[in-house]
Design a protein around this ligand. Structure first.
Ligand SMILES: Cc1cc2nc3c(=O)[nH]c(=O)nc-3n(C[C@H](O)[C@H](O)[C@H](O)COP(=O)(O)O)c2cc1C
Length: 146
C-alpha cells in the first residue's frame, strides 16, 4: 500500500480496540497532520484535546462510547475564529474541523492505527467532564442563547 488511494481504501471504522498505548511519536505525527490541514482563509480555528490517561478515558465514557480506544482526540473549533463567507454568512467551522479530522484519521491509518469518527456523544456532558470553554462548543452556546 504505497499510494494515497491504497491508504484511503484501507481505512475503515473500527469499534473494538486492543487498548494498547499509542507511542508519543505517533500521537505527535497525528496531531501535526491535523494542524497542517487546510482551513478557510487559513484561520486555523481547531483545537485538539488528547485523551490518553485511564482517568480521562473513564470520564469520556460519561459522554460517549470510545469502544475501548486507548487514545481519543476531541476535535473542537472556535466559531469566532473560523472564516465566514460574506455573501451569505456561512461559517466554515464544521468544514475546517472535518478536514482536520480526516487528515488525522488518514495519518493514523498510515501509522498502522485504526480509528472511528464519533459524533454520537453528549456535548453538554463532554464539555462538563473536561471543562471545555463554551466558545469551542458553538452549538451549545447558540442553544443556551436562544
Ligand atoms: C461525520 C461522521 C460522523 C460519524 N459518527 C459516528 C458515530 O457517532 N459513531 C460511529 O460508530 N461511527 C460514526 N461514523 C463512522 C461512519 O459510520 C462510517 O464512516 C461509515 O459507516 C463508513 O464506514 P467506514 O468508515 O468503515 O468506511 C461517523 C462518520 C462520519 C463521517
Amino acid at each position: 500500500m504505497n499510494t494515497f488511494i491504497g491508504l484511503a481504501k484501507s481505512r475503515h471504522s473500527v469499534r473494538n480496540y486492543e487498548g494498547k498505548t499509542v507511542e508519543k511519536e505517533k500521537v505527535d505525527a497525528i496531531l501535526e497532520s491535523g494542524r497542517i490541514a487546510p482551513t478557510a482563509a487559513n484561520q486555523q480555528p481547531c483545537k485538539f484535546l488528547v485523551l490518553e490517561t485511564q482517568d480521562s478515558l473513564k470520564k469520556l465514557e460519561r459522554a460517549c462510547n470510545p469502544h475501548g480506544a486507548s487514545l481519543v482526540i476531541v476535535v473542537c473549533a472556535d466559531k469566532e475564529i473560523s472564516w465566514v463567507r460574506p455573501f451569505d454568512g456561512h461559517n466554515m467551522l464544521d468544514i475546517d474541523a472535518s478536514i482536520a479530522t480526516d487528515h488525522m484519521m488518514l495519518c493514523a491509518q498510515d501509522l498502522g492505527l485504526s480509528s472511528c469518527w464519533i459524533t454520537y456523544f453528549n456535548p453538554e456532558e463532554l464539555r462538563k467532564q473536561f471543562n471545555i470553554p463554551i466558545d469551542l462548543f458553538y452549538f451549545l452556546k447558540e442553544k443556551n442563547a436562544g
